[in-house]
Design a protein around this ligand. Sequence first.
Ligand SMILES: Nc1nc2c(ncn2[C@@H]2O[C@H](COP(=O)(O)OP(=O)(O)OP(=O)(O)O)[C@@H](O)[C@H]2O)c(=O)[nH]1
Ligand SMILES: [Mg+2]
Length: 634
Amino acid sequence: MIVGTAGHIDHGKTSLIKRLTGRDTDRLPEEIKRGISIELGYAYVSVGNDVLGFVDVPGHERLVHTMLAGATGIDFALMVIAADDGVMPQTDEHLDILLMLGISAGAIALTKIDAASAERVEDVRRQIAERVRDTPASNWPVFAVSSLSGDGIPELHAHLLDAATTTQPVTHGGHFRMAIDRCFTLPGAGTIVTGTVHAGKVRVGDSVNIGPTPHGAVTARVRSIHAQDRASESGAAGQRCALNLAGIDKNELERGMWVQALPLNNFADRFDATLSLSPRVAKALTDSATVHVHLGTASAMARIAVLDAGRIEPGESRLVSLTLDRTWAVCRGDRFVIRDASAKRTLAGGAVLDAVPQGSAVRRGRRAPARLKWLAALRDLAPAEALQAWLEREPMTLPRLASSWNLRDEEVQGLIGASGAHVASGVALSADHWTRLRTEILSAIEAGHQREADMPGTEQLKLRRLIAPALELTVFGLIIEELLEQSLLQRRGAFLALPTHTAELRKDQRVRWERIKPLLDERKFEPPRVRDIARETGIVEIEVRNLLKTVARTGDVTLVAPDHFFLTTAVAELADIAGHVAERHGAARAADFRDRIATGRKLAIQILEFFDRVGYMRRVRDDHLVRRANPWRA
Ligand SMILES: Nc1nc2c(ncn2[C@@H]2O[C@H](COP(=O)(O)OP(=O)(O)OP(=O)(O)O)[C@@H](O)[C@H]2O)c(=O)[nH]1
Ligand SMILES: [Mg+2]
């Protein structure tokens, strides 16, 4: 267990830690000279086989950011209030911060009782009771102590040891994450970073990512570990650790960065969260306000967008989006604290809901009602239901889920299982969504058949553009594969068709088709049009047209231009050639293409336009750019 002090300046935090652990954590020359704590202090005592860790924070009003860094990751708060002063501004502020960070276990040390009358001590007890009323801190026992005389210290000591055995350890699952609070070089050892492990476990020999640095995340290897001040093979959530890192220079590191397991890729300069404004602030927090945000051991400036209201009134909770002035590492559930722009007052505390907003959050606006509903689900529901609500709206890749929720593979699997989601090609979709997409695909193809009865069907990419433009290609492909396997769809050359959209040639039609086919084959890149075929064969024009339309449905010919049917095998070759031309020249242009296929210019253009229409190519002015592999070769 890690105990963290909190409280107003000079109220006796450091003295109390010294009395409890025998260690003076004020060691900087400036701390000794000024008699105040400036940096975080650390001390440890053994409890049986275990070690109790202490983090001592400064009380100075200008050092609240340091207090915040220290309070991150503690399990147990030791609120220190001096009997002479009683409740003071940073008593209030630190207590707010502890509660905003979600720290619910704690005790209150009423210090310096040797310097106050018994009456005064009772007065301050009443002040404290008043202050903590209606907060989780109202359960924290109050110990009247003197670090000078030692009065009350054994009782407090015993209580902490007891709490250490009964307090539930932080059972954060997930990948290893630790916010760096110190980094330094140890002669003979190299780069050391320290912090409180926020989640997961790290072992000697592990590779870890450190970031964000100005060059993104940097990889290093854990050479050795001290956990709770002892050499160890591993460090786990809830322990203070010092990691000796190989492959990284101290100068690349600073407080605020995270050491994380390699699979985590959770860097963003924006996150969406729930935010509660302290009931003790005087003014509402307005939309677009600029604030300081503190998360882990980092702080940054950020702009707040209040998503579900115009502003946040004191005591209210709202959904917000924070845009930071730099990139951060964040995961769902991370707690953070907001201070005003001049860093004078603590205003609000929150928890991250969407760590790395993507997809529709960005595309369709962060205040879209559906998105707000979804964020509320993330806030209010258990993980499996929250994931289900999320997937109902849009699919999520498993790596993104793992990163933004900090889940290990088996945890991802468990959650996916519990949410009933459908996983395809590393993407999770709700089962409903999957079924809906299947239905939409079938009806879009059906509609295509009705619209263009003489086309064999709809091209796959065009279909995706119509139905699910944001869905990963591979996932869309898998849905198509499933429909093909179940014989609900058929491939006809480059097209997808319903099995019902076909044509059997009658005997007389087959005979005529046998006569026409060689004509198309003879000049395969510039075959005769309907009227020319009619003239050459003596078959009535309208019958030629109807026959070719019927053959088109079987997929053997393709209508490329008005009344101009090509053998589908020739279209496939033309698509290859257009692809080569585009590869050679960066784009397929009519002139180059015509030279290669030796047809008229007008026809070359018509063929390229046909490729644009079915989604094989895309036209930009006179250029036709390839969008995908030749669909006739799929
Ligand atoms: N009489 C008396 N003095 C105390 C007691 N505890 C601390 N002091 C004195 O109060 C002063 C401040 O004590 P610290 O322990 O440095 O206070 P702090 O809360 O750590 O101060 P910051 O870290 O700067 O916020 C020192 O001069 C201590 O000797 C106590 O129980 N009784
Ligand atoms: Mg101190």
